[in-house]
Each structure stands twice: as structure tokens, then as C-alpha cells.
Design a protein around this ligand. Structure first.
Ligand SMILES: Cc1cc2nc3c(=O)[nH]c(=O)nc-3n(C[C@H](O)[C@H](O)[C@H](O)COP(=O)(O)O)c2cc1C
Length: 220
């Protein structure tokens, strides 16, 4: 494979909130679009991936069980402790950074600028370089500190994109539900994500909505 001379570079951090599948699907979709993904994964994300998906992530090599081999050509993996890695520098020229999912711990650290791991540093750099930073928090309910941290980040230009999927596209699987959020993340990173969600907002008509509401038992 010939990597273009000036490929698009996106930073992606997967951290230890529930919903690791969101992060893995964003990774897959970016790599499929032949985008260079600078990937880092927190230790807690590894534990949660094992717990909720039953899959192994090797934090030394970045190998993710089940990920298609050809996609690795587009992934540059960095250990989360490696704060000297290329994407930790503003001059490296990353187009955008996403943290998917983003634990409230990581979100709090980003809001206070502690930057002690590569996850925080990539986010910090995106903010200081005025590049898009998208955080996908997953927690419920939010406490006042969470809300204050999100407000601080939003005021700093960060996109807070909670893992709150819609249901109006009539998802029939966890994958379809997940891809609602994945498509929004892709769009905010500057890519077309619409193709992942069939029957989205623009395709709703009142009759089909009514039918689905009446046959709500299907969802039980
Ligand atoms: C099974 C499990 C599920 C968790 N789910 C969440 C969650 O949805 N949101 C969250 O903010 N933290 C969650 N946590 C807590 C975080 O993993 C914890 O705060 C951790 O320190 C985050 O570390 P990281 O941000 O470095 O990945 C969960 C922990 C476990 C063990």
C-alpha cells in the first residue's frame, strides 16, 4: 500500500468508560477511510474491553483482538504513558483528536489541563492549537463536577458529544445503536458518517414512526 505524502492524521484515545465498542468502531471506520489514526488506549479501557466485549487488547503492541489485519496499516499505536510520542507535539499537525469513550476521570483531567498521559496531552495540544477536540463521555447521571467540567471544556471550544444514541433510525442491534454515535463522531472529525445510519432523521416519515411506536413489543 502507498500511503499518500500528506495523509490526514487523526488522534484517537480510548479510555475506561463503558462503551469501548464506540471507540473501536470509530477506529475501524477511520482506518477504512484510509486515515492515519494515532491511537492510544488507557489501562482501564483494556480492562473494560475484556469485561464488556470479552476481547483482549495488548497495550504494548496495540493489537486488538478481532480487528481486521489490513486496518493496522493505517494505525500508529502509542502507549498511553508515552508523552513524548509525535502526537504530543503541536507541530506534528494532527487534524483533530477524539476521545471515545471518554471517562469522567479523563474528562476532568482534560478540563484541568493536567496532561499527565498521552491521552491528556493529545487533548491539551488539540485545544492549544485550536483544532477540533471531540469528547464522548458516558456516565449517568452526571454530577455537578462533571457538568462544570463539560461546561469549561465547551467554553474552550471542545465538542462534548455524549454517548446518547437516538432511536429514530429504529436500531435493531447494538451495532446499529452504536453506529448512531460513531457517525456523529465521524462527522465532527470532518468525515462522512451518514452512510452508517440508515433511516436517519431526514428519512423519517410519520407513518413509519407510528407503526414502530405501536409495535413497541418488538423491542422488548
Ligand atoms: C466496569 C467499569 C465500567 C466503568 N464505566 C464507566 C463509565 O461509563 N464512565 C466513567 O466515567 N467511568 C467509568 N468507570 C470508571 C473508570 O474506568 C475509572 O474512573 C478510571 O479511573 C478511568 O480511567 P481512564 O480515564 O484513565 O481510562 C468504569 C469502571 C469499570 C471498572
Amino acid at each position: 500500500m502507498q500511503i499518500p505524502r500528506d495523509p490526514v492524521k487523526i488522534g484517537l484515545a480510548i479510555t475506561g468508560a463503558s462503551g469501548i465498542l464506540y471507540g473501536l468502531r470509530v477506529l475501524e471506520e477511520l482506518a477504512r477511510r484510509q486515515v492515519i489514526v494515532h491511537l492510544t488506549i488507557s489501562a482501564n479501557a483494556k480492562h473494560i474491553a475484556r469485561l464488556e466485549l470479552g476481547l483482549d487488547i495488548d497495550l504494548e503492541t496495540g493489537r486488538i483482538e478481532g480487528l481486521d489485519n489490513p486496518l493496522y496499516e493505517w494505525i500508529i499505536y502509542h502507549h498511553y504513558t508515552h508523552v513524548g510520542a509525535a502526537p504530543a507535539s503541536g507541530s506534528y499537525g494532527m487534524q483533530a483528536v477524539a476521545v471515545v469513550p471518554c471517562s469522567m476521570g479523563t474528562l476532568g483531567r482534560i478540563a484541568t489541563g493536567t496532561s499527565e498521559s498521552l491521552v491528556g496531552r493529545m487533548a491539551d495540544v488539540a485545544m492549544k492549537e485550536r483544532r477540533p477536540l471531540i469528547l464522548v463521555p458516558r456516565e449517568t447521571p452526571y454530577n455537578t463536577i462533571h457538568l462544570q467540567n463539560m461546561l469549561t471544556l465547551s467554553q474552550a471550544g471542545v465538542t462534548i458529544l455524549p454517548a446518547s444514541p437516538g432511536f429514530y433510525h429504529h436500531p435493531r442491534s447494538i451495532r446499529e445503536l452504536t453506529d448512531f454515535i460513531v457517525s456523529r463522531v465521524l462527522q465532527h472529525l470532518g468525515f462522512d458518517g451518514g452512510c452508517l445510519v440508515k433511516g436517519g432523521w431526514g428519512e423519517i416519515d410519520s407513518i413509519s414512526t407510528q407503526t414502530h411506536l405501536q409495535s413497541g413489543d418488538d423491542y422488548a
